[in-house]
Design a protein around this ligand. Structure first.
Ligand code: SAH
Ligand code: SF4
Ligand code: F3S
Length: 479
């Protein structure tokens, strides 16, 4: 971590123009202010980073925590004892936004008890003009606002805020270059997420992500490989490669690379034991990728392959670019080439015009998913689906949503039940949150497991025999 300071000019000179040196300079400037505050208050300053979104957002939060940690902030117990609170927001569904507004209302109260408290908002929700307007009008006590394209500038923006005491809003409408090598922390010792690409170009007609995350761009393979090697040196044995659509990785780069090739390169890194990735879009899932999954011993036999809806007409209007039969054929090919593969998915219910879910139920029964995230369609202003006329009555949506769960959950349970009595490899991630006698981990196919085992096994892959199961996890014991 300290190496990255080598190219840093003195903090008393001019701010460097180039990144990441510029932000490292501002981290130092913030650190000076924070140290003075610590002396004045006779205690450390505390931070609270709250994540509202997906894995990509959670990974951004690790970067935010890394930068704040370098400035000298330590973790608070919760929002109530923090000196800096930042909400990393999501806007994929309306309820994600409502949660942010609800919590934000409460923070005003904390400002009264701690006048030094700084409140910041960032993430996807902030990329919408209407949200910025609302924040300015109703939540003027927020000190700092930035978006998804300038997350790396947090040190500079926070410095302006801390040194002037004035609030600061900076939202960029488009992305610039990818900024590498800023500090980051990890929430898990043995597993880590690595961004391989940013943004999305698919414009599914219901989805806000391409508008708030910008155009698709891939990181250079050497940057990804170097990051993973550094993680291995730091004790990581499992990596998750992240992107909104990892299957189209490499487009636009000036080298001969695609996702299948990247997987093979990561598979060759000594010390890595497990490789996962998400999310895959069915339209870009090539045979080459399926063969890479088959051939690479460290790539886990699991794929998260959202299908959203089963009806061809609905899929067309969603702009998903595959049909029900094409999706099913793809899953059959995966099952044939990668024995024991677990297929998980995202399902959306209630898209405009979707009055019944018969085709969705048909896919669920034929593919037999090992798990699924299920969502009720939420209208997102600015997307093509928001202005479609045939929005579905909420009572019909609720009924259809229940049919989806009633079909899905027994299948997930059956798949888990088939594991009872068999032996699998589990990665022991730590002690279970619910029972200190048990360890928690994941099987190769991503099934969650709680098992009796030695604490010495934490961070290692160990053999476990499955003894029982519930719908969303299995139970077992180390053998
Ligand atoms: N890039 C990923 C998904 C990102 S968003 C992919 O395409 O697979 C995660 C999930 O949120 C989506 O798969 C979809 O099921 C759901 N989602 C996206 N927009 C939504 C909306 N407007 N209403 C409800 N669910 C939505
Ligand atoms: Fe949204 Fe579709 Fe992109 Fe996924 S692929 S982020 S659902 S637009
Ligand atoms: Fe993720 Fe939500 Fe943004 S799903 S990409 S945090 S809108």
């Amino acid at each position: 971590m300290n190496d990255i300071y080598n190219n840093l000019t003195s903090i008393y000179g001019e701010a460097p123009v180039k990144e990441p040196a510029r932000q490292l300079y501002f981290i130092e400037k913030c650190r000076n202010i924070i140290e003075n505050e610590e002396k004045r208050l006779g205690r450390k300053l505390k931070k609270c980073v709250c994540t509202f979104g997906c894995q990509m957002n959670a990974h951004d939060s690790e970067k935010i925590e890394g930068m704040l940690g370098e400035m000298g902030y330590i973790d608070s117990k919760g929002e109530e004892d923090a000196d800096f609170i930042i909400y990393n927001t999501c806007c994929v569904r309306e309820n994600a936004e409502n949660k942010v507004y609800g919590n934000l209302g409460m923070l005003k109260h904390y400002k009264k008890t701690n006048p030094n408290l700084k409140i910041a908002l960032c993430g996807c929700m902030m990329q919408q003009e209407s949200v910025i307007k609302t924040v300015k009008e109703k939540y003027s006590y927020v000190d700092l606002v930035f978006g998804t394209h300038n997350l790396y500038k947090l040190p500079e923006l926070l410095y302006n805020c801390l040194s002037t005491g004035e609030s600061n809003i900076e939202i960029l409408s488009a992305h610039g270059d990818i900024v590498e090598d800023l500090p980051s922390v990890r929430h898990f010792k043995y597993k880590a997420s690595v961004n391989i690409m940013y943004g999305c170009d698919n414009f599914c007609s219901y989805c806000i992500v391409p508008y708030v995350r910008g155009r698709e761009r891939s990181r250079r393979p050497e940057d990804i490989i170097n990051e993973i090697k550094a993680l291995v040196d730091d004790g990581v044995v499992e990596v998750s490669l992240l992107g909104q659509n990892v299957n189209s990785y490499g487009k636009g780069l000036d080298c001969d690379i695609n996702f299948a090739k990247l997987l093979r390169m990561v598979n060759d890194i000594p010390g890595i034991l497990r490789i996962r990735f998400m999310t895959s879009h069915p339209k870009d899932l090539s045979d080459e990728l399926i063969y890479a999954m088959r051939d690479c011993d460290k790539v886990c036999p699991h794929i998260h392959l959202p299908f959203q809806a089963g009806n061809d007409n609905i899929l067309k209007r969603m702009n998903r670019k595959y049909t029900k039969e094409q999706y099913i054929a793809l899953t059959e090919k995966l099952k044939k080439e990668v024995p024991g593969i677990a297929i998980t998915t995202d399902i959306m219910v209630g898209f405009p015009g979707e009055y019944d879910v018969e085709d969705t139920l048909d896919i669920i029964r034929r593919v037999r998913f090992a798990g699924a995230f299920t969502f009720i369609y939420s209208k997102r202003t600015g997307t093509p689906a928001a202005v479609m006329e045939d929005q579905v009555d909420p009572d019909i949506v609720k009924k259809n949503f229940n049919s989806v769960l009633e079909t899905l959950n027994p299948i997930i349970y059956e798949i888990n039940k088939e594991k009872i009595g068999k032996t699998y490899k589990a990665m022991a991630e730590g002690v279970s949150d619910h029972d200190p006698e048990l360890l928690t981990g994941r099987l190769e196919d991503n099934t969650l497991i709680h098992f009796k085992g030695s604490k010495e096994s934490i961070g290692k892959i160990t053999d476990v025999k499955i003894t029982d199961c519930k719908t969303f996890y299995v139970l077992g014991e180390e053998i």
